[in-house]
Design a protein around this ligand. Structure first.
Ligand code: NAD
Ligand code: ZN
Length: 344
């Protein structure tokens, strides 16, 4: 089968041939219908400092996908050949204190598909049955593939109250633009999108942002205080991982507000805990992955509601062979979700 392989410990990846994976008794083999590029894949492709520590080439990249089940292991019970599945990418132990108390998304013993194991930039992928998410039939596989990052956006926003709240989405990369769409779909009163890339600000507008701010062109603190009558926003969904953006958000969040942090800064971030957290009485929430599987049910329901404009989120669809073009788009920032098709 064809795969995109991170063959060597250096920038880039190659199109390669390998055997279709053999499955264990608890695994399923899936023919990949669509697989999307995640920011993490772009980091691995560019071979940044994080990747150099974490990734062990050679291996197959990719983790966001949807496909049709073609084989099931002897002990598989809930998934059948012909089912269309997506996957939760955190492969967890399933038995620890966290896994057994609704916190599997932060299991200490987590392996990540397409990071620690062979992934989905392939014609076929083997995954544990316990990670498979069974989809309804007849939905565009690209939509099904992006449920995983969409789940990050949903987990971030729905980790607290959102209905009728003013929400600032900080950083409108693929997950941020999804967060804009989700906030609108779940009845936030006003959604403010903050992003430095103009293409992505336009996307945020298309997805329903009421106000867009480019912090390179205007002061986000002054602007947000102005449009909220001096109060600030109720909720900050932090999806940039940018230190300055985080520091600014702590200035324009309302007293008693909630800041949910999904973005991953590359270094420590200095914050004024006394004035910006304690005396403001705000709540800071770290958001890792998706609740297993509460978030997946929320995502499913949101897609079924028809209130999410997923087509605008997916800006590029390419045959898998054109992966280099996909990674170039990701590096430029002039894209939303880029979807690859290995079997087309
Ligand atoms: P991305 O890197 O494509 O998006 C980040 C966006 O922030 C970019 O569009 C960038 O232009 C923008 N940005 C940079 N500086 C800014 C600033 N000062 N103000 C406003 N915007 C700014 O990433 P993504 O794939 O959309 O993911 C969002 C973040 O979430 C990333 O940091 C990613 O690493 C992280 N992430 C976390 C988890 C988790 O489990 N916590 C899972 C997936 C992704
Ligand atoms: Zn566990």
């Amino acid at each position: 089968m064809k795969v995109i392989m991170k063959k060597e410990p250096k920038a880039g990846a190659v199109l390669a041939e390998m055997e279709i994976p053999k499955i264990g008794p608890k695994d399923i083999l899936v023919k990949v219908m669509a697989t999307s590029i995640c920011g993490t894949d772009a980091h691995i492709y560019s071979w940044d400092a994080w990747s150099q520590k974490r990734i062990k080439p050679p291996y197959v990249m990719g983790h966001e996908f949807a496909g049709e089940v073609v084989e099931v292991g002897a002990d598989v019970t809930a998934i059948k050949v012909g089912d269309v599945v997506s996957t939760e990418t955190h492969i967890v132990c399933g038995v620890c204190d966290l896994c057994t108390t609704g916190n599997a998304h932060i299991c200490r013993d987590t392996a990540i598909l397409g990071v620690d194991t062979n992934g989905t930039y392939a014609e076929y992928v083997a995954i544990p049955e316990s990670n498979a998410w069974k989809n309804p039939k007849g939905i565009d596989p690209a939509y099904l593939a992006v449920q995983e990052p969409l789940g990050n956006a949903v987990h971030t926003l729905l980790a607290g109250d959102i209905i009728g709240k003013t929400v600032a989405v900080v950083g409108c990369g693929p997950i941020g633009i999804m967060a804009v769409a989700v906030a609108k779909a779940v009845s936030a009163s006003k959604v403010i999108a903050i992003e430095v890339n103009e293409y992505r600000l336009e996307l945020a507008k298309k997805l329903g942002a009421d106000i867009v701010i480019n912090p390179l062109k205007e002061d986000p603190i002054a602007k947000i205080l102005e449009v909220t009558g001096g109060m600030g926003v109720d909720v900050v969904a932090e999806m940039s991982g940018n230190a300055l953006a985080i520091q600014q958000a702590l200035k324009y969040i309302k007293l008693g507000g909630r800041m949910a942090l999904l973005g991953i800064p590359t270094a420590d971030v200095a914050i004024d805990i006394a004035n910006d957290v304690v005396f403001k009485g705000i709540t800071l929430q770290g958001i890792a992955g998706r609740k297993m599987y509460d978030t997946w049910f929320q995502v499913k329901g949101l897609i079924e509601s028809g209130n999410l404009n997923l087509e605008e989120i997916i800006t590029h669809r390419l045959p898998m062979e054109d992966f280099e073009e996909g990674f170039k788009l990701m590096a430029s920032g002039n894209c939303g979700k880029v979807v690859l098709y290995p079997n087309k």
